[in-house]
Design a protein around this ligand. Structure first.
Ligand SMILES: *Cc1c(COP(=O)(O)O)cnc(C)c1O
Length: 961
């Protein structure tokens, strides 16, 4: 046997385990199981034309070679992206640590207290720096956060404004270009009209409901916005401010001058540039808008024993759960990056962050001084880290590029220069040398300034005696005063703090996380390793393309691989999550109809069982949702669908369909369904979250779809990171290719392209390496075997749970696809809810499967191909034993192991034990548990209490106890 294949490492069951499992499920062969599962008429007839699989070793040298095609310049481009220093203790213990990066979104709070605390730190940091009351635990990037702010302000318009149709949104011309583009994309379909202009000339007229300002402006100028905001308030116009997070250390917080929402990115808090992402966007607002906030908010509550505990606040109000009433579709966010940015603040502490901001600012002043002395004109007098300089760019550029330096070239006369934490003394010398060369006096400027370097960089007493931040815009309030930001400044302490939090969380490095629809498969080390390489990490997204040849080769190859896998003609990697892919895909459909003068087509048919993001995305794309029924077998009711398609034939825009369905079934009517939609002039959007059941066996093009998104963080091995990063590319049929999204700085689309979906041209390019590695190391055979084994694993669990739990839906031959729903609704007779089972699983060392989606009172189990027979058996044993426990409880007496779950170590070791069952049954009900016990650190959290007493930052304990 060739033990050097990656396939062997990625797929859990080995050959003999597979035989055993096939026997259990009564199938002669894997091929037989697949033919009983996937309808014959949609099976692929040929092998996918992918390159043969590379071994892990081959791949690592291949990807290293490609990395060397990237040229790492010093980029002073700014525009929302700055070189940052990832503290090594964070890189090694978080970014490179599966204990952090393989965790799931913290829905099961009791086994997620670690990352919840890290995210609370992040929120606290954002609230402190912005001066706002409430912050969420990340959005996808600054530009989409700005669009979310616009959507929120539109949603919270006063009744009179709604009545009068106030639909204009003022955008300062100082806004970053990529943000303007995303605002355009998001505003048009929902009827918001953007008005771009100079904020000093704005007339505050009543057609406006809101405005957005950039702080500092895109070329570095710092404006005093207080008059603007005051006037806007008088006129009932709400103001969002897009703010550079580091500048807020030195500048008056937007909360202090009355902003309603503050957004931005936390990239420069220790996150690699990564050619555009992933980075955590932030979103902060006032308490009064808490019900309209997009994304997830972490809040403080208490557990059963009254101890402090954290959980996702207002959880049931996550926007997309409101379906077509939602104002945002965000689901996956950027949790791992938010954790890292929060940790950056924890590690540097208040003083460190102050130092970094001061030194960036002082370096900027020094450069300004030097430029000034050399006779260059600087056009912004008030600035934090960015200078707008009049200069002969034709002369400058070749000199700068020969010295491996990038500026932001605005036109032939102007550049902007943004300094950052990573600008060293040597870098400054090089800058002075470049400017000196331009003036033909290479050394004078440098020599004059040299004496000041040491002082600046060590921050002893920098005395360039001019002030470029006037008093009215200076920050004079404190920040990061909480103990958490002032405790872990030694590496030893920091390492232990990170470990302490990690131990509270159950991740894939402990046990299977069988999350239906979320595909928590192996995130292999070889896929992850390249992310640590600065040849990948340190490329600015707006760097000249010829400096990113390694990236372009990988991204092109990945696009090609995804085209082949989906059967489509074109791919855009820009969307940063599945939900964002949905929006992007629907926008290409919209553009397609527009291009054919069929702009009236605005009806989107969506099955009742769809994920909440589907209707939320449709509404964002300006479509009206028509819900179609599912029949008793969980399939789309084809007659109902046909009737709705006929009824809306004139205006039919699209169908959104998940395949295999969210019920875990390959509907055999799928080609009939897509045909009906096409017959009525609609396009078919396939939600690709379940692609793990298709790869190599069938594909979206074959079932008749026109566009799909893929969740690279589900099917293609990007880790969940505790709730992000994600990558949600869209793959499209030929007629939609011209409309794939572009970017205003680096054009990536055709002339007909829609405007930007997210900030960076290629979204989270760095994370794309993971999926590229996954596909490249598996090849066609490995990918197809993964799919087959995922289906085998699911059917094995189904078989083992038979007689203990009812499976809700199956295909025509009684087979499940790659996941299945088990019905827990009957246990209500015993007083047991599905969440009780979820919490009880923690005592057995498992994270619960998906709870109550897509059917309330059920669980959706998806084991993935990566789990071995032994792990599947442990899980099934746990489920079966829990089922026995349910048998033994009675509705009258809630004092039982399920209702009391999870059980903590503190409970078990307390002097007193008054429960009607033993300590052993509480915490070690099965033998395997003792070998690898996972202890939940809090008892069941009280959601209702937390929502009634909303606390979303880490204020001192006394404040709320
Ligand atoms: C996960 C999922 C989504 C949303 O994807 P995100 O990446 O979380 O935005 C949409 N539909 C289905 C069926 C999903 O499982």
């Amino acid at each position: 046997m060739n033990t050097n294949t990656f396939q062997l490492r990625h797929i859990g069951p080995n050959k003999s385990e597979r035989e055993k499992m096939l026997q259990t499920i009564n199938a002669d062969s894997l091929e037989q199981l697949i033919s009983e599962t996937v309808p014959e008429n949609i099976r692929l007839k040929e092998d996918l034309d992918l390159a043969p699989a590379m071994s892990e070793y081959e791949y690592l040298s291949h990807i290293k070679e490609l990395s060397e095609k990237n040229k790492v310049f010093k980029s002073y481009i700014g525009l929302g992206y700055h070189e940052a220093i990832v503290p090594s203790v964070i890189q090694r213990n978080i970014l490179e640590n599966p204990g952090w990066y393989t965790a799931y979104t913290p829905y099961q709070a009791e086994i997620a207290q670690g990352r919840l605390e890290a995210l609370l730190n992040f929120q606290t940091m954002v609230c402190d720096l912005t001066g706002m009351e409430l912050a969420n635990a990340s959005l996808l990037d600054e530009s989409t956060a700005a669009a979310e702010a616009m959507a929120l302000l539109f949603d919270v318009r006063e009744r009179a404004q709604k009545k009068a149709g106030a639909n204009k949104f003022f955008v300062s011309e100082e806004i970053l270009p990529q943000t303007l583009s995303v605002l355009l994309t998001r505003s048009t379909p929902i009827g918001i009209e953007l008005v771009v202009g100079n904020h000093r000339e704005f007339d505050f007229s009543e057609e406006f409901f809101g405005a957005i300002l950039q702080y500092p402006g895109k070329h570095g100028h710092v404006f005093d916005y207080s008059d603007f905001v005051a006037k806007a308030n008088e006129n009932n116009i709400k103001v969002a401010v897009a703010a550079d997070i580091l500048s807020l250390v030195k500048l008056k917080a937007p909360g202090e001058f009355g902003a309603d929402v503050v957004v931005g990115t936390t990239q420069r808090f220790g996150i690699p540039l990564g050619y555009g992402g992933p980075h955590a966007g932030y979103f902060a607002t006032k308490e009064k808008y808490k019900r309209s906030i997009p994304g997830r908010i972490i809040g403080v509550t208490k557990d059963t024993d009254g101890n402090r505990a954290l959980r996702m606040a207002l959880q049931t109000r996550e926007q997309h759960i409101k379906r077509e009433k939602a104002t945002s579709n965000i689901c996956t966010a950027q949790v791992l990056l938010a954790v890292m940015a929060g940790m950056y603040a924890v590690y540097h502490g208040k003083e460190g962050i102050q130092f970094i901001a001061d030194s960036v600012h002082n370096k900027t002043k020094l450069v300004a001084d030097c430029l000034h002395k050399s006779g260059f004109k600087i056009l912004n007098e008030n600035y934090f880290d960015t200078l707008l300089v009049e200069i002969d760019t034709f002369k400058l550029r070749p000199i700068a590029e020969s010295e491996k330096v990038n500026f932001n070239y605005i036109n032939d006369k102007y550049i902007s220069i943004s300094l950052n934490e990573a600008t060293t003394q040597q870098d400054l010398m090089k800058l002075f040398m470049i400017f000196g060369q331009l003036k033909k006096q290479p050394d004078t400027a440098a020599a004059e300034s040299e004496g000041e370097f040491h002082q600046i960089l060590t921050q002893e007493s920098f005395t360039t005696n001019f002030d470029v931040i006037p008093n009215n815009i200076k920050r004079n309030t404190s920040f990061l005063d909480n103990e958490i930001f002032n405790t872990y400044q030694s590496e030893t302490d920091m390492m232990r703090y990170i470990k302490k939090l990690e131990r509270k969380d159950l991740a894939l490095n402990h046990s299977m996380i069988s999350l239906g629809s979320c595909t928590m498969k192996l995130n292999a080390a070889s896929e992850m390793l390249p992310l640590s390489n600065p040849q990948w990490g340190n490329i600015h997204p707006f760097a000249p393309i010829n400096q990113a040849e390694g990236y372009h080769e990988v991204l092109k190859k990945l696009e090609h691989q995804l085209n082949i896998i989906t059967g489509f003609a074109g791919t855009s990697l820009q969307p940063n999550s599945g939900a964002q892919g949905e929006f992007a895909g629907l926008m290409t459909i919209r553009a397609y109809h527009l291009s054919r003068s069929e702009e009236h087509r605005n009806i989107c048919i969506i099955p009742a069982s769809a994920h909440g993001t589907n209707p939320a995305s449709a509404v964002m794309a300006g479509m009206k949702v028509v819900v179609t029924k599912t029949d008793a077998h969980g399939n789309i009711d084809v007659d109902d669908l046909r009737a709705k398609a006929e009824e809306h034939s004139e205006n039919l825009a699209a169908l959104m369909v998940t395949y295999p369905s969210t019920h875990g079934v390959f509907e055999s009517a799928i080609t009939e369904i897509t045909q009906i939609i096409h017959d009525h002039g609609g396009q078919v959007y396939m939600d690709g979250a379940n692609m793990n059941a298709q790869v190599g066996l069938t594909n979206p093009a074959t079932i008749g779809a026109d566009v799909c998104h893929l969740n690279l963080h589900k099917t293609f091995a990007i880790p969940h990171g505790g709730g992000g990063p994600g990558v949600g590319p869209i793959c499209v049929a030929p007629q939609l290719v011209p409309f794939l999204p572009s970017n205003p700085v680096i054009p990536v689309g055709t002339k007909q392209a829609i405007t930007a979906i997210s900030a960076a041209p290629y979204g989270s390019a760095l994370a794309c390496l993971i999926s590229y590695g996954y596909i490249t190391m598996l090849g066609f055979k490995g990918l197809t075997n993964s799919t087959k084994n995922a289906i085998l694993n699911a059917n094995y669990i189904k078989e083992r749970l038979q007689g203990h739990y009812d499976t809700l839906y199956t295909g025509e031959n009684g087979r499940a696809a790659h996941e299945m729903i088990i019905d827990c609704r009957d246990f209500k007779q015993k007083g047991i809810e599905v969440v009780d089972i979820a919490k009880r699983l923690m005592d057995y060392g498992f994270h619960a499967p998906t709870v109550s989606f897509p059917v309330a009172g059920t669980m959706m189990i998806e084991p993935t191909e990566s789990e071995s027979l032994a792990e599947l058996d442990r899980f099934c044993d746990a489920m079966i034993f829990i089922r026995k426990e349910i048998e033994e409880v009675s509705k009258e007496d809630a004092n039982n192991p399920l209702k009391n779950a999870p059980h903590t170590q503190a409970m078990l070791t307390a002097d007193e034990w008054n429960l009607p069952y033993s300590r052993k049954q509480a915490a070690f009900p099965l033998d395997y548990i003792a070998d690898n016990k996972f202890w939940p650190t809090v008892r069941r959290v009280d959601d209702a209490y937390g929502d009634r007493n909303l606390i979303c930052s880490c204020n001192p304990i006394e404040d709320y106890m």
